[in-house]
Design a protein around this ligand. Sequence first.
Ligand SMILES: Nc1ncnc2c1ncn2[C@@H]1O[C@H](COP(=O)(O)OP(=O)(O)OP(=O)(O)O)[C@@H](O)[C@H]1O
Length: 258
Amino acid sequence: MTPAAPMLEADRLALRVGSRWLCCEFSQQLVAGQCLVLLGPNGAGKTTLLHTLAGLREPGAGRVLLGGRPYAGWRALDAARFRGVLAQQQPDHFSSTVLETVLVGRHPHLGRWGWEGPEDERVAREALDSVGLAELAGRDILTLSGGERQRVAVAALLAQAPQLLLLDEPTNHLDLHYQIAVLDLIRGLADRGRGVVMVLHDINLAARYADQVILLDGHGGVCAGARDEVLQAGLLSRAFGHPLRRYELDGRTTFLPD
Ligand SMILES: Nc1ncnc2c1ncn2[C@@H]1O[C@H](COP(=O)(O)OP(=O)(O)OP(=O)(O)O)[C@@H](O)[C@H]1O
């Protein structure tokens, strides 16, 4: 990483799918220790933006810099050590154990012969433990519930141990307890110096965990900035197509639909 460069930078970025522009140009930087949340209605382009920021697709315009360099300037292995992605869906086609699935997260760190060693297994077991699934290490991945499978995916990302985590709806399938537990865990990583970008659907969870927000309005508009600049009732009501009011409850910013 270039000294003093932000972990991630969107520089005059715009997104396009086919002939449709999902959002007009915007710029935003993420430094270590911060959490950026991507918000917006269905189909607005949150996943497309996350994938673009992760270097998995080309921008429609502008550029994305990881640690001060475009993705083209990174070796794939170095990029995989630096940034990790949690996908929205976990495609499981074959049986394997939960532990083996988490060990996939270690692949960017494997040595010359490509075998996982005791240290990789220790890291994977610790990751499973941190999402409350240590006891399921030997279970077939195909037998898990949706919420358990999601926590395994989070554990695989933790085992990868990237500096920058990009997560597409990390609360997918999770009940209230695990939504908070997983987001507390992710926020804790940011507080200890990692960078986090995540797509969330819940405005109140965004208010609770974000330092910065990018709000896509679904009509090509984008509002990017510090949490309290973006999380305003008027902007959110317009983007989500439903009137919302902002309240301060016990020191927490809360939005409720009319
Ligand atoms: N390959 C494609 N061809 C055509 N349209 C596409 C393609 N990929 C994505 N889109 C469209 O781009 C838009 C943005 O999709 P995206 O998945 O980024 O939205 P999202 O904000 O993450 O939505 P959701 O909240 O429903 O998950 C959607 O209207 C989607 O149908």
